[in-house]
Design a protein around this ligand. Structure first.
Ligand code: 15L
Length: 274
């Protein structure tokens, strides 16, 4: 049975994955950052520590076949924090994967790598990167790092560009961006088990009627994985449309929503010297 490591196991999605993978009887090692995890099953393989430390990465990846990498800063933060957690930490993780012969990394990328695309666009997987902040930029870096370690060192990566992964959609933007937990788990199961993936990118989105993202195409990561999302945010549309959209006018224009409108320079204040 494959040994699976899960970083970021104390985070919002890490908690969902840890529980579900243990329920499936996976051979799992779960790692948190600064706070220790309480075992939820007897004899559970848990650890914690700072992934910028190679010794911690060694503990995480010893004997591991597949790493699900959910650790890192998951929202917009000052650049030094993003650099430490999402750039430096990720390099340590991939270097650890090389040392320990880890065959595959499942990388939690994000829609914020492309968040400055307008909401009217439907994006294929080969669309331009248009990050909506330093956090989104760190996901562009992370995807490129996965590509590098496949091309140069033969470590496979599936970069999942996660949309809004929450139990149920609650606002207008989620009608396009929602990734339900059941579909997340399908993506993770496929990413662990489908053989010979090389480097793949997939939109982490459910089967939403109003999705911004198109997973189709013979060579798309989703097709290679065999991903067939079953959840659809539209089932919650009546409830959502009865409420006001909480986003401001700028946030409503871009796929990244409030990440795009944060620290946004309005057109009338741009290029004063031009
Ligand atoms: C993300 O990447 C964030 O980690 C999460 O907190 C949400 O903001 C999500 O994107 C989203 O776009 O809804």
């Amino acid at each position: 049975m494959k040994k699976i490591a899960l970083s970021g196991a104390g985070g919002q999605l890490g908690r969902v994955l840890r529980k579900a993978l243990l329920e499936r009887g996976a051979n799992l090692r779960s790692a948190a950052g600064s706070r220790a995890l309480e075992p939820i099953v007897e004899g559970e393989d848990v650890m914690h520590g700072d992934l910028r430390d190679p010794a911690v990465v060694d503990r995480l990846l010893e004997g591991v076949d597949v790493l699900i990498h959910m650790a890192g800063t998951s929202v917009e933060r000052p650049l030094p924090e993003i650099i430490e957690n999402n750039l430096r930490g990720l390099v340590e993780v991939y270097e650890g994967a090389r040392r320990h012969g880890v065959g595959r990394v499942i990388f939690a990328s994000s829609n914020h790598a492309i968040g400055m695309h307008p909401v009217e666009e439907k994006l294929a997987l080969d669309c331009d990167f248009r990050p909506d902040g330093f956090y989104g930029l760190s996901k562009v870096w992370g995807e490129a790092l996965g590509r590098l370690y496949w091309d140069k060192h033969g470590i496979e990566t599936v970069s999942i560009r996660i949309g809004s992964c929450i139990e149920k959609p609650t606002e207008f933007r989620h009608l396009s961006t929602w990734l339900g937990f059941e579909d997340l788990l399908q993506l993770i199961d496929l990413s662990i088990n489908v053989p010979d993936l090389g480097y793949q990118v997939v939109w982490g989105v459910s089967n939403n009627t109003r999705s911004y993202w198109d997973n189709s195409g013979t060579n798309s990561g989703a097709t290679r994985l065999g991903y067939q999302p079953r959840q659809n945010a539209e089932d919650y549309a009546a409830e959502i449309l009865a409420k006001a959209n909480p986003l401001d006018a700028t946030a409503q224009r871009y796929q990244g929503g409030s990440f795009a409108s944060f620290d946004f320079t309005p057109p009338e204040r741009r290029n004063p010297k031009r």
